[in-house]
Design a protein around this ligand. Structure first.
Ligand SMILES: NC(=O)c1ccc[n+]([C@@H]2O[C@H](COP(=O)([O-])OP(=O)(O)OC[C@H]3O[C@@H](n4cnc5c(N)ncnc54)[C@H](O)[C@@H]3O)[C@@H](O)[C@H]2O)c1
Length: 270
């Protein structure tokens, strides 16, 4: 169903790997709502992901870019503006990767070279994207930039490991850059803190399925799905949220406000 919320708008979407990816759903919904987009992912994801399939389906140019590489990002913005015929109106940063999680290092035994790489890929890349866009003046006034986050930025979820620090940094960058971009160009910058979702990155976290079920039980509305996350992103790219900026917005069925509930307590009695 389309409401034409993004009619005439242009955007860049990072991070669609396969049909489970949050970015995949956002890309599909954005085009459905009338946007034209370019898609991007790390060069390595071109080989084992399905992004090219998505590009064909959505008539979107696929431009490889390692989000930790400034030249790649500069090329991405230049090529995107060329392909889309001008500046863009929205950008989605949907990138996360932790080497220590992937290699099963405990939080109390991290390898710092890996942690630096994790922070670079999952958080500093957001600053890089914003800085390249800002310096190239590549986003129209009243544009919208979003990144996807998780509540481990505020609360302790031990299995989330060093990704907690990545998300805290990511959210801080949204506030800091949101000031500069808002002041200079009226561009808004926000993060969405999404429920656990069954994707490649999500599934990489130890004990993910049990935790997914716990969050689902704890949230009065249940876990927010990837499709619903995409719908929320569309509203934030649309002109109906023009004064929302520098926020971390929970999209989690109410989980972030919960302490305890009957469904979770059930079976805990001695
Ligand atoms: N799945 C969840 O439970 C969940 C919950 C909250 C937030 N998030 C966040 O949503 C975002 C998207 O993750 P997802 O769950 O859709 O998983 P995903 O694995 O489909 O997406 C992660 C993407 O990051 C890309 N990426 C990794 N390194 C990169 C690099 N150097 N340059 C460019 N791209 C790179 C991957 O290729 C992949 O497309 C991440 O920021 C993740 O932390 C996920």
């Amino acid at each position: 169903m389309s409401n034409g919320l993004l009619k005439g708008k242009k955007g860049i979407i990072f991070g669609a790997l396969d049909e489970k990816s949050l970015a995949w759903k956002v890309a599909e919904r954005a085009v459905e709502e009338g946007a034209t987009i370019t898609l991007t992912n790390a060069p390595v994801a071109m080989r084992f992901g399905k992004i090219k399939e998505l590009g064909e389906k959505l008539n979107a140019e696929v431009i490889p870019a390692d989000a930790t590489n400034m030249e790649d990002l500069e090329n991405l913005f230049d090529k995107s503006m060329e392909a889309l015929g001008g500046k863009v109106d929205f950008v989605l940063h949907s990138i996360g990767m932790s080497l220590n999680v992937r290699k099963k290092r405990e939080y109390t035994n991290l390898k710092y070279e890996w942690m630096q790489k994790t922070l670079d890929i999952s958080a500093l890349s957001f600053h890089r994207v914003l800085q390249v866009a800002y310096q190239k003046d590549a986003i129209n006034d009243w544009g919208s930039v979003l990144a996807l986050s998780y509540i481990a930025a505020q609360r302790t979820f031990p299995q989330y490991n060093e990704m907690a620090e990545s998300k805290a940094l990511l959210e801080s960058i949204a506030r800091s850059f949101g000031y500069h971009y808002g002041d200079a160009k009226k561009v808004r910058v926000n993060t969405i803190s999404q429920s656990p979702t069954k994707t490649t990155a999500g599934g990489g976290v130890k004990g993910f399925d049990t935790f997914f079920n716990y969050a689902d039980k704890m949230s009065p509305l249940g876990n927010a799905s990837a499709d619903d996350c995409a719908n929320y992103c569309i509203t934030l790219f649309s002109d109906f949220t023009r004064y929302v900026t520098m926020q971390n917005l929970f999209h989690d069925g109410g989980f972030s406000s919960m302490g305890m509930n009957a469904a979770v307590l059930e079976g805990m009695e001695e």
